[in-house]
Ligand binder design. Structure first.
Ligand SMILES: NC(=O)c1ccc[n+]([C@@H]2O[C@H](COP(=O)([O-])OP(=O)(O)OC[C@H]3O[C@@H](n4cnc5c(N)ncnc54)[C@H](O)[C@@H]3O)[C@@H](O)[C@H]2O)c1
Length: 373
């Protein structure tokens, strides 16, 4: 959905460098609270529409987390599978040079799909300013993604939501869609808190066990074979293996999404058995599916509330802080926001997303865009 409204987007810059075949776009959605913050993704299909939608989500995410950032996002249109590192480096460097007038005063970049630490090092170097991006390698003052800040935030979103359902976290069961950076860390912290993992998926399928899945065995199996389903053949006959979508209907109190967008539509809601759904991934549910969840008694913690751990970590890096600051700040902000959003949704009789949007909009409206100051 393309949105031009009172919030933005303030600036859209489309760039092209025929020398290396670089085509990219950056959208600065709103700078009321600070420079637009958001990752650069490199995919064969990324376009302005997708980048605008993601930039808007960043506006709400940063506002709700009370960070001194606005919303932004960028995309480089290229098929990473069809190129070697030299070509990728040339594209990233060309994009970084093209964005010199914007970074870091109006836009601060970060990793996103197919853009990691190495790419951020190339970006910072070619841009000429280390503060042009976060997510850099440690030797350039970065905080590694492998710390698991987003998964840690997702865990705290669950923890803050549990009292609203009258549960004891250590007696809950949970399922996780995706076992990458977000899903694996969220699962690890939940298991450490005593919750039982009963179903997990990745791109190869779903493995489920009502008796519980041993997280450390699962983690080793995933590292060794690349697939969570291989857990079932590691001497565990009580497991069931099925297609990826089985994770959504697994019998579990909590469902965490941590892989792909738009995976649950309105028609799928009646098949969910969870009572709490926490969005570790971006836009996993359609808006009507979220409304239906409210009507059927499923509490949903929206993406820009639950998965803000990554941008909170970026904030710590941006202000020159160390690793030790990241986890306490993620815990504090995600716990406070999840509690505030759920209480406000209860008081107003809305979905948590509507309540979170109202809070974020209030914060943005209370300040003027950088362009006007
Ligand atoms: N990493 C972050 O800090 C962060 C922050 C905010 C939002 N997100 C979002 O969270 C999601 C996951 O990010 P990540 O960093 O963990 O990615 P990742 O690449 O580390 O992991 C993605 C996982 O999803 C799995 N997957 C792919 N297709 C699947 C399918 N059809 N069914 C089930 N699993 C499937 C992959 O096998 C992998 O385990 C993405 O949507 C991302 O945009 C990530």
């Amino acid at each position: 959905m393309l949105v031009y409204d009172e919030f933005g987007p303030e600036k859209i810059l489309s760039v092209y460098d025929p020398r290396v075949g670089m085509r990219g776009v950056v959208v600065i959605d709103n700078t009321a609270l600070g420079p637009g913050k958001g990752g650069i993704r490199m995919t064969a299909t990324v376009g302005m529409r997708e980048v605008m939608e993601l930039a808007r989500t960043m506006t709400w995410k940063c506002a709700l987390a009370e960070l001194p950032f606005g919303g932004g996002k960028a995309g480089i249109k290229a098929d990473t599978k069809a190129m070697g590192p030299a070509k990728k480096k040339a594209l990233v460097e060309s994009f970084a040079k093209a964005l010199r007038p914007l970074c870091p005063s109006l836009y601060i970049a970060a990793p996103d799909m197919y853009m990691g630490e190495q790419e951020m090092a190339w970006f910072a170097e070619a841009n000429g300013d280390r503060s042009a991006c976060t997510g850099k390698p440690e030797d350039l003052g970065g905080l590694p993604h492998e710390l698991g800040s987003t998964g840690y935030g997702v865990f705290h979103a669950v923890r803050a939501a549990v009292p609203f359902l009258g549960w004891d976290l250590s007696r809950t069961t949970f399922a996780v869609e995706g076992f990458g950076n977000v899903g694996r860390f969220a699962a690890r912290f939940l298991v450490e808190a005593g919750a039982t993992l009963v179903s997990v998926s990745d791109s190869t399928g779903t493995v489920s066990s009502r008796a519980g899945i041993d997280f450390s065995v699962l983690s080793s199996v995933k590292d060794e074979t690349g697939s969570v389903t291989a857990y079932a053949s590691a001497g565990r006959p009580v497991c069931q293996v099925g297609p990826c979508e089985n994770v959504f209907t697994a019998e579990a109190d909590i469902l965490i999404t941590a892989a792909r967008p738009h995976v649950i539509q309105a028609g799928d809601v009646r098949h969910l058995s969870c009572r709490l759904l926490v969005q570790g991934s971006n836009i996993p549910l359609t808006l009507d599916a979220e409304e239906l969840c409210r009507e059927t008694g499923i509490t949903v913690i929206p993406d820009f509330v639950a998965n803000a751990g990554g941008v909170i970590s970026s904030y710590v890096e941006w202000k020159g802080g160390g690793k030790e600051e990241v986890f306490p700040l993620v815990e504090e902000k995600i716990t406070a926001n999840t509690t505030r959003v759920l209480q406000s949704a209860l008081d107003r009789g809305t979905t948590p997303r509507q309540a979170a949007l109202s809070l974020a909009k209030e914060r943005v409206r209370a300040t003027r865009p950088l362009a006007e100051t």
